[in-house]
Design a protein around this ligand. Structure first.
Ligand code: PBG
Length: 370
């Protein structure tokens, strides 16, 4: 192609003349190996591309709430909604048509209580949503988040050490009790499976949750329902917008007694190893972008286990906000970030960008065929 910008060409000529007349000898040597040879054209670049992002890599998180009115946009997550059952039913078809294979559901219940009863009731909001989705697009894989924080009135991920006397006086007041919580998580997983979920995803970082849920599922003849464990979940400030969306912030305290310290990675391998030994079918690291090294380490240590990475609400909000201000190119930065997560070793990416990214990827593959 002829060089289009004549003024640039003139500038080059001036520069060349200047270089030639310069008294300084640069002494430059010229390389034999030139990686740029393979970056010379779009086709060459595509031929040597190592990581290919596709819509089949995505899992789309969705929030469901009771009510009849339509979808309600989440202020800190533009483009993401709390769906009612009716609105959700219209939405899932377009998700499947984009080639996205799976959704993960989060419920916002009508009522919250200390145990989160709606989380394991036949007509709970998530149970209704699963049935509605399966009626419309049976092939869409439905994953459910198995945790108590969206359902409890105190916003914590399990049963608490509260009361007089304390259930366990050796532990601090308000501590998330481990083993009593396992009982509830088993009920929740079975209830989601009964409603038709394909995969359950325990997210509470409760010790033994995978083994315990596996046992509950198997005892109830759900041995074919898979477990995607949030094996490595950090106590992250990047969950902020999600807690608005799911109306699930803890009413007091934080989640540091069960979620991991962001400074740790060897501990991540230990968590992953335990969940594999308890029967996890898939693992997850969460969040994704500040933890690419963790994704890489877990993938290298357990290459035989499919690995998910959760590109969480705060990561979504950052790119959205900067793009809205015109500070970043949304399409390019989103695709770059998602490619980075896959390159680090994730097989699956849970991302709020899934629909837009799937659309952009389809446009790009259309372009490259032309
Ligand atoms: C817990 C849960 C959380 C997220 C997914 N599952 C919140 C938390 O642990 O506080 C966060 C996801 C996101 O930020 O996108 N049920």
């Amino acid at each position: 192609m002829p060089f289009p910008d004549i003024s640039l060409r003139e500038k080059d000529a001036v520069l060349k003349e200047h270089l030639e007349s310069s008294p300084v000898n640069s002494g430059a040597t010229f390389p034999v190996v030139r990686p740029r040879r393979l970056r010379r054209s779009p086709v060459l670049r595509a031929m040597v591309r190592e990581t290919e992002l596709t819509a089949a890599d995505f899992i789309y998180p969705m929030f469901v709430r009771p009510g009849k009115d339509g979808a309600r946009e989440i202020p800190s997550m533009p483009g993401i909604y709390q769906w009612t059952i009716t609105a959700l039913s219209e939405e899932v078809e377009s998700i499947a048509n984009l080639g996205i294979p799976a959704v993960i559901l989060f419920g916002i219940p009508e009522h919250k209580d200390p145990v989160g009863v709606e989380n394991f009731s036949v007509d709970g909001i998530v149970q209704q949503a699963i049935r509605a989705i399966k009626k419309i697009v049976p092939e869409l894989v439905v994953i459910t988040d198995v945790c108590m924080c969206e359902y409890t009135d105190h916003g914590h991920c399990g049963l608490l050490n509260l009361g007089d006397p304390l259930p366990d006086p050796s532990l601090p007041e308000g501590y998330v009790l481990n083993d009593p919580t396992l009982e509830v998580l088993g009920k929740v997983a079975v209830s989601h499976a009964q409603a038709g979920a394909d995969i359950v995803a325990p997210s509470g970082m409760i010790d033994g949750m995978v083994g315990s849920i596996r046992k509950s599922l198997d005892q109830n003849k759900f041995e074919n329902i898979a477990i995607l464990s949030y094996a490595v979940k950090y106590a992250s400030a990047f969950y902020g917008p999600f807690r608005d969306a799911a109306e699930s912030p803890p009413k007091f305290g934080d989640r540091k007694s069960h979620q991991m310290d962001p400074a740790n990675v060897r501990e991540a391998l230990r968590e992953a190893e335990l969940d594999v030994s308890e029967g996890a079918d898939m693992l997850m690291v969460k969040p994704a972008l500040p933890y690419l090294d963790v994704i890489h380490r877990v993938h290298s240590q357990f290459p035989q286990i499919p690995l998910g990475a959760y590109n969480v609400s705060g990561e979504y909000a950052m790119l959205k906000a900067a793009s809205e201000r015109g500070w970043l190119d949304e399409r390019k930065t989103v695709l770059e970030a998602l490619t980075g997560i896959k390159r680090a070793g994730a097989d699956l990416i849970l991302t709020y960008h899934a629909k837009e990214a799937a659309r952009w990827l389809a446009e790009e593959s259309g372009k490259s065929r032309r």
